[in-house]
Ligand binder design. Structure first.
Ligand code: LLP
Length: 420
């Protein structure tokens, strides 16, 4: 059974599923549900897979904070020497609070505010991934006002089809991201004339949940052509950032390993001097985490049976948002007849489902684990229906660390006032 589960450190124990050395039932008993549970060993193994594949190259793996920005998770990667890819001042504050090094931070995103630029410059971040001509001008101005040059890369849109879900493909000409490939040269020339800008690299990111390495290799080849053209004009780059995007197994996908994914890229960059950067998110955390939840009610129906659980679309939005599939397993299956259930939350929307048509041998009060929930789970959670957000526990061998306490009603009402 364990080999069939996408979370590598989830094993069958005497009292049901265990993550590393801790029984999920023990976590639920101590900390309640719904709770996100992560495995430090799985986080570490995923990061080390990149490091191993990149051994012998000047490289930096910048974990994409948006996938999971909890301080406990960030601190694991900071200790492994990771860099970080951020998209807001808030994410920078998290990285610094978790012990990340500012000079290893790259700042992506189409809408950086002046305040965010100032904060990032003062912190001494490694690079701004600039996404428009207007942003370049603004950054030059802000850097000038601080008397601190801004290191930049342009995020260039290589216009390749990543063959993924349309909501998470970002490298096509029609997307809002990056600068057009055809405009990149002129922008670099302009940047070279600006007094407070220091050209440092080039960046691209074509999409997420990529299962085929080919589009990435195609993008890399295009980027490399541009790098050489720039060099011929005397604009030399220190680093080439190829973004994130490597997919994971949710159901039966067969994503390439980090080394298979990176092999054609490394070949393309063989013998080059530039530092090679990546911004993986999902592939570092996705299958290192699960959402532990309890069945509140079983509701047999004429057409469908419902398992109503205590987690909902506010905790894990991906099924409602993208019709995403997450494996759902009973923590300790019962000797009862397995039935097909719609696994739904308590929120007042028909879209509040976590899984359709799942065969489960369960009773009211049983625990379920919703797998592959480490990426874009907690970070996309909300307080919809005025629900408190889940707790988070990081398992490390036989030890469990609460890395985020469950929200309370005080958290929910904080900062609000009724009219006097
Ligand atoms: N770098 C940039 C500039 C990005 O926009 C992203 C993700 C990443 C890196 C990390 O990509 P990853 O390695 O995780 O594929 N909420 C969606 C995913 C949105 C991804 C947005 N950008 C989901 O739940 O599938």
């Amino acid at each position: 059974m364990t080999t069939a589960l996408p979370v590598p450190t989830l094993v069958q124990g005497p009292t049901g599923l265990m993550l590393e050395g801790v029984a999920l039932s023990e976590i639920a008993a101590r900390h309640g549900t719904p709770t996100y549970v992560y495995s430090r060993a799985a986080l570490t193994a995923a990061f080390e897979a990149y490091q191993t594949a990149l051994a012998g190259r000047k490289s930096l793996v910048c974990y994409a904070v948006k996938a999971n920005s909890s301080l406990g998770i960030l601190s694991v990667f900071a200790r492994l020497g990771a860099g970080f890819d951020i998209v807001s001042g808030g994410e920078l504050a998290r990285v610094l609070a978790a012990g990340g090094e500012a000079h290893k931070v790259v700042f992506s995103g189409v809408g950086k505010s002046r305040e965010e630029m100032r904060y990032a410059l003062e912190a001494g971040i490694g690079c701004f991934n600039v996404e428009s001509a207007a942003e370049l001008d603004r950054l030059n101005e802000v850097a000038g006002s601080l008397g601190k040059p801004a290191p930049i890369a342009f995020r260039v849109n290589p216009d390749v089809d990543p063959k993924t879900h349309p909501y998470i493909s970002t490298g096509l000409r029609s997307n809002k991201f990056g600068v057009a490939f055809t405009e990149a040269l002129a922008l670099y020339r302009k940047a070279a004339t600006l007094p407070h800008i220091e050209i440092s690299g080039i960046d691209c990111h074509i999409g997420s949940q990529l299962l085929d390495p080919a589009p990435m290799a195609e993008a890399a080849a295009k980027i490399l052509g541009l790098v050489d053209q720039l060099a011929s004009e005397g604009i030399r780059l220190d680093h080439i950032d190829l973004g994130g995007g490597l997919g994971i197994r949710y159901r039966d996908e067969e994503p390439p390993s980090a080394s298979t994914y990176l092999a054609p890229l490394l070949e393309c960059f063989a013998g080059r001097e530039e530092t090679l950067c990546f911004e993986p998110g999902r592939s570092l955390v996705g299958n290192a985490g699960l959402l532990l939840t309890r069945i509140e009610y079983l509701k047999p129906g004429v057409e469908k049976n419902f398992a109503i659980i205590d987690a909902a679309m506010n905790d894990l939005a991906r099924p409602a948002l993208y019709d995403a599939y997450h494996e759902i397993v009973a923590v300790a299956p019962k000797a009862v007849e397995a039935r097909s259930y719609e696994v739904v939350g308590p929120i007042c929307e028909s879209g509040d489902f976590l899984g359709h048509d799942r065969e489960l041998a369960v009773e009211e009060g049983d625990l379920l684990a919703i797998l592959s929930a480490g990426a874009y789970g907690m970070t996309m959670s909300s307080n919809y229906n005025t629900r408190t957000r889940a707790a988070e526990v990081l398992v490390d061998g036989a030890v469990m660390h609460v890395i985020r306490e469950r929200e309370t009603l005080e958290h929910l009402l904080k900062g609000e006032t009724p009219l006097p």
